[in-house]
Design a protein around this ligand. Sequence first.
Ligand SMILES: Nc1nc2c(c(=O)[nH]1)N[C@H]1C(S)=C(S)[C@@H](COP(=O)(O)OP(=O)(O)OC[C@H]3O[C@@H](n4cnc5c(=O)[nH]c(N)nc54)[C@H](O)[C@@H]3O)O[C@H]1N2
Ligand SMILES: Nc1nc2c(c(=O)[nH]1)N[C@H]1C(S)=C(S)[C@@H](COP(=O)(O)OP(=O)(O)OC[C@H]3O[C@@H](n4cnc5c(=O)[nH]c(N)nc54)[C@H](O)[C@@H]3O)O[C@H]1N2
Ligand code: SF4
Ligand SMILES: [Mo]
Length: 694
Amino acid sequence: MATTSCFSVCGMCTVRCPIQVDVDGDEVMFIQGNPHSPLKGALCARGGAGPGLVKDSDRIRHPLIREGERGEGRWRKATWEEAYAHVAEKLKGVVETYGPNAVLWSDRSGPFVDMYKAFMKGIGSVNYSNHDVSCARNVHHAAQSVTGYGRTDFVYDFKNAKHVILQTRNIFEAINVAEVNNLLDGMADGCKLTVIDIRATITAGKAHRFFQIRPGTDYAFNLAVINELVEKNLYDSKYVKKYISNFDALKSFIGEYTPEWAETVTGVKVKELRAFVAELAKAKSAVIWHPGWMAARYQDSFYVARTAYIINALLGSIGSKGGLAIGAKPADCGRKGLKALADLFPKPEGKRADGVGWKHTHFDAGPGLLHLAFKAIESGDPYPVKAYFACRHDPMQAMPDPDAQKRIFANLDLLVAITFSWSATAWNADVVLPMSPYLERESIIASKGGLKPQFFVRQRAVAPRYDSKADWEILAGLARAMGMEKLAFDSIEDIWSYQLQDTGVSVQDFDAKGFVSLADKPIYHDRDKLKFKTPSGTIEIISEKLEKGGVPSLKPFEDKETPQGDQFRITFGRCGVHTQGHTMNNPILHEQMPVNVLWINSQRAGELGIADGDLVQVAGNNGYSGKIKAFVTDFIHPEAVFMIHGFDDGVPAETRARGKGVADHRLMVGGLEKWDPAGGGIAMQEHFVTVRKV
Ligand SMILES: Nc1nc2c(c(=O)[nH]1)N[C@H]1C(S)=C(S)[C@@H](COP(=O)(O)OP(=O)(O)OC[C@H]3O[C@@H](n4cnc5c(=O)[nH]c(N)nc54)[C@H](O)[C@@H]3O)O[C@H]1N2
Ligand SMILES: Nc1nc2c(c(=O)[nH]1)N[C@H]1C(S)=C(S)[C@@H](COP(=O)(O)OP(=O)(O)OC[C@H]3O[C@@H](n4cnc5c(=O)[nH]c(N)nc54)[C@H](O)[C@@H]3O)O[C@H]1N2
Ligand code: SF4
Ligand SMILES: [Mo]
């Protein structure tokens, strides 16, 4: 029988759902969605598998300092004081010799990163970065270029939508529990769902319309949709007149991109596209054309997302109920936000190593672009980068071509991994600092914008089993060793008090529900008085920032190469029971799905003599290959093969997952060099692989 329960925050993926954890002594008995939140008790399968992290026999149990060569797996067990002193000594050496900007940091981003930013500011380095070049950077930059707002400033108001379009977005398998619930509620109320994907996902199975598009041609599809909306006057003319600048430029650009033209590129029939657009027009402005999430796929993914925002604008759905509502912030509720830990230190001086903000002026300077920081490690240009912290981030699996990364990291004097589980980066690091899994640690307080903005916090459900620590403790320990006393907090309560000091909220206010709502009811911006954050205050078809950076606002479509013979375009994504690369070795989730399979089109498979269930070899052009079973189906486009990301990361310490499945990222040779120059995201699907029956 569970004796106590506490409110906390799920850490099994980046969504961070609010949870309630039932605990008996040091045992986690049950986890459910926080009943006070919109989750109403619901949780996804991965959220239920949290206890697997706590009990994982492969856990890193104490700090480790490397003894052999990088990646050799020879470690010295260290105390925390030894580990802090070791890192501090190396770090001080780097800073003295090369200056503070020789230190690079990347993390998983999200709501709990304020202390990480503070740490980097304390060191005096401008080179704070995150994982987003391998995820949503293209979407973020697209949002900014059209509206001035960032990607996460918008709330998808699924509950009130009349038509939702998911393009490169598999919402019922790549899960955000609240969004899934809201969309299902909306659909129960009559909302239509259209899915545009290269294969029939579970989401496609629930859709009213499904377009199995030719891989990499979504930009062409979107241009044809705009053409149809504009040529047939199906857009929201009042909204367009009031809010969109340079509409005439769009009108003349779009002329040649007819549905007839698009059919030859995308394979989507003219008649179907027209019927679809007519439906959209009827549903305006309660339409959500999802701009995508994992959009680090192609060299034109930025324009796919950009045209998605433009379509939303043409339908009048940006800033509308049932559309892309603009999320409220504490200030919109007449409240002060959390006091930033990053404010403890002055702004560091100098240019970013990744060139963002000075060489590449059209990107958001925030976290910059990590693959370009890697270039600086390799070349020493614009200056040497010699120490790298990967915190809750596994670039050697999350970014392409780990062999290339190994060569690049050979230039580093110090590589530190802060992580709860083994990862390829930790395995190849100099120092591994084990973080307690989320059920064993507290977090700093976080702020969440939205229709009802809130503050929320992660509570520790059980005590750490081994010699691991919360991230705030690790950073405070490193800060103390570096002489950064301001960040050397002694307790989480001291941090919480610091953060809450101007907010009128007390630590005790979190006891009742685990979060503190700053508004009683949803806040919608007045649709007649929208202000966009672009220089003109309007929705901009022509972005001066882009043009100045040498990037066209309206880019002509360039077609993609078609793979022939035994070659296929590599495509990848998520499934309901795994998160990225870090659950394949989770004892509970490993059992659910120990290995990935290769989706391959029936006709192409037939030509290669491959039947459903056959073992096939998938190979890149670097010698890496792997063998998995073929899943032969009509429901994937003939040009592509698809696999779930996260398998075979090459880490011997993962006793359950090692050697199982095929790694998409290891098939992307030279992948750090392929990226979208307009949006900054890595272009991970601009690679072909060969498939043959074993
Ligand atoms: N080839 C290919 N590459 C991809 C993708 C793909 O599909 N294919 N997907 C991309 C996407 S969408 C993303 S977001 C990135 C993700 O890439 P990462 O951000 O690297 O992803 P994770 O595997 O979630 O986390 C990396 C490490 O952080 C630690 N970690 C993660 N979350 C927590 C946490 O809450 N607490 C603690 N203590 N540690 C944590 C784990 O130990 C894990 O090893 O990868 C991208 N890269
Ligand atoms: N279960 C689970 N949920 C998650 C995560 C997880 O790891 N596991 N991770 C979270 C994170 S960090 C992210 S970023 C999101 C990602 O959420 P999504 O972006 O929705 O997830 P993916 O599965 O990467 O990709 C979505 C779909 O894109 C399709 N696709 C591939 N190429 C093309 C193309 O050229 N055109 C079109 N139209 N479609 C294409 C794939 O077939 C796939 O079904 O999920 C989040 N939620
Ligand atoms: S979507 Fe699932 S794994 Fe992700 S935070 Fe929510 S419950 Fe946890
Ligand atoms: Mo992601």
